[in-house]
Design a protein around this ligand. Sequence first.
Ligand SMILES: [Zn+2]
Ligand SMILES: [Zn+2]
Length: 257
Amino acid sequence: MGLRFASLGSGSKGNATLVATDETLVLVDCGFGIREAQRRMALLGVDPASIDAMVVTHEHGDHLKGVGSLARRYKMPVYMTAGTWLSGRTGDIPDLHLLTPEQRFAIKDIEIDPVTVPHDAREPVQFLIEAGGARLGFLTDLGFATDHVQKRYRNCNGLVIECNHDVRMLAEGPYPMSLKRRVGGYWGHLANMQAVELLRHLGTDRLEKIVASHLSEKNNRPELAHSALYPLLDGDESRLVIAAQDKGAGWQTLARA
Ligand SMILES: [Zn+2]
Ligand SMILES: [Zn+2]
């Protein structure tokens, strides 16, 4: 029982995560082109033809790039909001399912709750995923943790959480001022310390795995995310994984929540 998940890679150049039970395999986002996605899946021992469905958070290229071509090549069902679909960035999708934020749906034995988040896309959501008694939260691409997010992400035993930037590196870094404002603003991305505050609020006792994700290559460093989150781990570093842009993070297993 429980569930397994693995990042194919995470960061502003592409995000994709596999979620698996014994029966079902779901791909959350695909910000890699089809060949690159196939290569990364092969490294994780996955045949793309065995994926039951894709679920998509929003239309930014780092989450969407390979969605249309994978869907057409493997005839995969794809779930996304109407706003994401209407962005027109996927091309034709043969088996499209429009999801409604805050309405649960299921892909075989995996149950999925799409949660509304503040981000500068048309109708972005993040996902709470339940299967085999485990509860995995995806939470990247949001400017801040709203009250709604703080309520919905209680009781997870695994969390893929955005640690996009270090506030100081962003302020002093190479981005033009307009992009600094966008990334650090209410519809942008979570900083390391925002992730820490949210984790403190949610409580970390029941979290078996925290996967720090969507790290900016220019405005963050894995060591900074690690040292920000380390005090929350009760000294057990094995609970923290930092997902990398090039290698993602290998298979993680969650037991029953
Ligand atoms: Zn993103
Ligand atoms: Zn985004």
